[in-house]
Design a protein around this ligand. Sequence first.
Ligand code: FAD
Ligand code: FES
Ligand code: FES
Length: 1426
Amino acid sequence: MGSLNKEEEMEQIVEEPNEAILYVNGVRKVLPDGFAHLSLLEYLRDHGVNQNPRSLADILRIWEVFYPGTTKCTDNLFLVSKTILSSSFMCFNRELKQQKTNQVLFVGKDIGLTGTKHGCGEGGCGACTVMVSHYDRKMKKCMHYAVNACLAPLYSVEGMHVITVEGVGNRKRGLHPIQESLAHSHGSQCGFCTPGFIMSLYALLRSSKTPPTEEQIEESLAGNLCRCTGYRPIVDAFRVFSKTSDALYADITSLNLQEGEFICPSTGKPCSCGSKTNDQSICSTRYEPSSYSEVDGSTYTDKEFIFPPELLRRKLTPLNLSGLGGLKWYRPLTIKDVLELKEKYPNVKLLVGNTEVGIEMRLKRIPYQVLISVAHVPELNILNVKDDGIEIGAAVRLTELLNLFREVVTQRSAHETSACKAFIEQLKWFAGTQIRNVASIGGNVCTASPISDLNPLWMAAGAKFRIINCNGNIRTTPAENFFLGYRKVDLNSNEILLSIFLPWTRPFEYVKEFKQAHRRDDDIAIVNAGIRVCLEEKGEEWVVSDASVDYGGVAPLSLCAIKTKEFLIGKKWNQDVLHGALNVLRTDIMLKEDAPGGMVEFRRSLTLSFFFKFFLWVSHQIEGYKSIKESVPLSYLSAIKSFHRPPLVASQDYEIRKHGTSVGSPEVHLSSRLQVTGEAEYTDDTPMPPNGLHAALVLSKKPHARILSIDDSGAKSSPGFAGIFFAKDVPGSNKIGVIVLDEELFASEFVTCVGQVIGIVVADTHENAKLAAGKVHVEYEELPAILSIEDAIGAKSFHPDSQKFMRKGDVDLCFQSDQCEKIIEGKVQVGGQEHFYLETQSSLVWTMDSGNEVHMISSTQSPRKHQVYVSRVLGLPMSKVVCKTKRIGGGFGGKETRSAFIAAAAAVPSYLMNRPVKLTLDRDIDMITSGQRHSFLGQYKVGFTNKGKVLALDLQIYNNAGNSLDLSLGVLLGAMFYSDSVYEIPNVRIFGSVCFTNFPSNTAFRGFGGPQGMLIAENWIQRIALELKKSPEQIREINFQGEGSIMHYDQQLEHCTLAQVWNELKVSCDFLKVREEVDEFNLQNRWKKRGIAMIPTKFGISFTHKFMNQAGALVNVYTDGTVLVTHGGVEMGQGLHTKVAQVAASAFNIPLSSVFISDTSTDKVPNASPTAASVSSDMYAAAALDACEQIKARMEPIALQRNFSSFAELVTACYLERIDLSAHGFYITPDIGFDWSTGKGKPFSYYTYGAAFAEVEIDTLTGDFHTRTANVHMDLGYSLNPEIDVGQVEGAFIQGLGWVALEELKWGDASHKWVPSGCLYTCGPGSYKIPSLNDVPFKFNVSLLKGNPNVKAIHSSKGVGEPPFFMASSVFFAIKDAILAARAETGHTGWFPLDNPATPERIRMACLDEFTAPFVSSDFHPKLSV
Ligand SMILES: Cc1cc2nc3c(=O)[nH]c(=O)nc-3n(C[C@H](O)[C@H](O)[C@H](O)COP(=O)(O)OP(=O)(O)OC[C@H]3O[C@@H](n4cnc5c(N)ncnc54)[C@H](O)[C@@H]3O)c2cc1C
Ligand code: FES
Ligand code: FES
């Protein structure tokens, strides 16, 4: 379409448009009326699937707009696309029935752009990121910015250009350098997050005049979540587009390269892609040199979509459109029109970014009727820098505001911009870039959220709000007086906010922002604050002439601490005023014990901590002025050092052991090019077959109750309703279960958890199905519920036959003997974890031959389980049920069993109505219904010598299974196997129990109980260390297992590399030196502390059920020399297909590109075990190899006849000789077996070993923390693909970091009385925080042990998926180490309990000091749902 450089040179002839339009990827689309309820994402993915026309005339109108010219072929014939519009087709059908005149013809035209993903629907994951471009007439330039398409209303982008990942590049047109780079650097595993990352960077590059810095690139990704990669490869891929310093690139010698390091040809920096391998060829193939300039206009841009000339010429016009249910949408372009509309509709919702209203309408289901988009009203978009301050229009977006403040602080004198600087700092941590690009200050102010980040600052900074009424009269009110109550502001129904005036600060007037959230990036505050003082020099003293102390998160509204403010004014600025103000503040801000949000003690402590920090900061600012007498002690400065994240530095150190053409090479993921272009299809992207329906679940709202009655009349009269089904309708058996049939598909008489499925509704659209399901009214008789492990123990509520026992030696005898010089007892609570795969659970089921066969495409780790469940509930033989899985957007155990009931539920309406049914769970429903990692309770008694040698362990261990057994027994046994971690203990006794609780069934999650067992063990190791005043690392080393050690379940360790891995890590991280540095830092810094830890791991590889250790593969060789492999394993990002293909390629001695792996399907490879337990590469690669060897053996006689010039020639010759070129391969893991009744045997084929080192820094006043360094060293044998394995290590580590330090599940239980009983509060990315890029260690080094082949698995490799997960506990124990240093400052030495996750609340409340003392005693223990 031309060069980007010409965008702004276009001649502008302003045209009056006569229709609403939008450009998508350079293609003009007319926006019909009637779509006001659609988000941009819905429009892009389904293109009108939600429209629900009411009449034939409606259909014709909509149709005409979408398909001009194709609407009518004849009077009686209409064209309907294959995928579109199953919904309109349905309505169409109904109309047809009434009219009895028309026929329908299907044409196979798919118009959905499914590259943009739906990960959460609430602006919290970034999977839906697209770039929006519009021409700004005021600035006379094209603006390009990233937005969340899930929250952007469709009509908000009218007259604009939307570019999706498909428009950036694709395999036919060519990949964009961003896509190439991400694919090459292994930055896409499951690929579900990938389009979002591509679009965030793409928008940054398109909007930057000069190459962005690495910091800017990382900042632009703050709103994008990835659950697989650990972010490092994404950063590496994207930093290619940044050049931080030309000198850096020009003058390589100045870089002081370490010996053996070299310059990466793409980044121009010391290489982070295996810098110590000295193999530059690898690096240069991984990082194709590409630079920003290619994106900027010289090379690639010829292929890029420019801003459509029509849009340059076109003037915005007012819009007056409508949506479903009578929704009205207006886009006025003058303040006069806004006020007229406001007068007409006093309850109207004004919109700018829709980031509040969108959540209210979509998640909270508030049915607003009139929406007015005020984003383009000039009076609301003013930004005037005046003599006395800045006037900011209410519709100004946060990004614009941030840019203005950044400019202003460079232009005005420093004393004037104290408030501006505070806003800059606060806005840095306000949401992610996509939200900041659209969200307005007016929207933030008028929503009046009690945790708004900006409102306390407006109040503190003395801002004034200008308010205009419908008559055009303007009044002004101070921000301090504007907030009246929970989401109530001082605006009459005929008023709107016009603008905000922010005054310049005066000399010696200081404004500072504060915010503490669960996660630093893109998270709402737990508590925030804006504090200001104005000081006057009076004689020898500084006196407070004015002040404002304002908090968020401590009351239903942003709160001014009035008594504190009054106390401060007139006082001298010294230690006395500090202590006095803190005393007043304590009574100024009161929070009831059961205040919504919980964490009451933490929140109250934070109010004091923030004020203390403010006092120190101001004192430091005025230090040096003649009359200040007291200076801030150097060690106290640590309280006011703000967090700065340097660009990520990472290394990956491994050896390459090649075997044949491909095995051992760091090949890129086979689907990566499809994933980076958005061409890779996931279940929900599958085009809906004709006549398809969408499903939604009817869920229990009570944790334990008898169902008295179900009224579904509301659902039946809901728009688009097609059918509803309950237990009585299930054609086969309603009883389901993984090991025992202890679940019902649809609850019949009782419900045993909130979120249990009671029925299923099908309707024409996803939205309509949800709407109808929400209208089913269930009457319950509530019954007592068990909502914790402790409750379950008290009530002896255990799943039947689930109490297990393992022993070694004689624990009682040992405790009684005098060998045990010390005995400790304690308990450890281990928190759960949500899988948070980016792609939610999804199944599409359809029938064939009128229900004689049932087929499905499912997002599952176990297609076989779907086949079993569906055949059972439908009463069909398994041979008539087929499940296929192409790829899944992450699983981590969450789609091993808990996906099967989704498919089974969807199968019921599909079978009974003989129509395709798609069931894709929304994020909140997924989190509520499908179970998590088990929380655990461990009660231990450990005996040891004074030297630290552990002699006896007596452990009672419980897991919280929820309301069905699922895999909980296996998970419990997993924890029991790993309860010794890596320690040689002569006497062990472990009792395990699986608790029945009234929560959704918990399930497998990476590590399968192992991490929980090991975390309990490392807790008592750490306690022994404190008892003996030694380091935990010393205690670990004294107790290490080694070659020949016999486990408490009788397996003997062979080829044990634990000590080698540990020792190499200890040297590479320079442990002893860092220990000294950390101790020194802690001496110098009172309010920031550092901690370190080294943690070992050993992880057994095999399914512990022997029968599951079997695998099949089907290999077909074709006459063109290509090979198709199908096997029983599922590709979920872990690179399984790539590794299996590498093995096949090497087997046939052909290039990897000649091997293709198709989808996993139960009709090609039957009876496959789930893809789990880190065994899949071992097993499926071995099965594929077996098949390859069979074919090779058949080909060998021909191959020996002569020299063939190519593999294709050989294959053709074999074909002509009628040789079977297809084989089924099979593999069983040899030499394993475990007797579950005795608790003895050899459950594992071998062990994977590893060790990790972490260094963290905590802010003792707020609980904020970051990981400075993490080094992970793993023994993975001779890796089949070292880059994929490194990716698994990094991804597992960051996921583990989430478990140990960030991700807290909050359930309605005794610990969280403000949450309804049995409900999950943390059911979306807004409240449940998985790690973001900002949580990646500053230095993140991964290395693989060299020269250690594994004799037990294919090509000497080792399983990798789960073992590195526990390595993140090094961060947890490093945090604990830092807390110990903080506690020592106030004389609290000795052991203390710390639960995971070590959230800011737990860190801060463990750092006992004068600011926690008023609220808690020294044994305070924050609550945890366990
Ligand atoms: C993922 C995510 C992360 C977020 N993170 C943060 C965060 O870190 N900190 C934080 O404080 N908030 C956060 N928010 C909240 C939200 O983004 C902000 O409050 C935002 O500023 C709202 O602006 P908007 O333009 O999108 O509001 P909209 O949704 O468009 O409007 C919000 C409300 O304001 C009213 N309104 C808008 N303009 C006017 C006006 N001129 N006069 C009268 N009423 C008006 C509307 O009627 C409506 O009720 C987050 C939200 C999301 C979805
Ligand atoms: S789907 Fe839009 S941010 Fe998650
Ligand atoms: S690759 Fe990022 S979520 Fe899977």
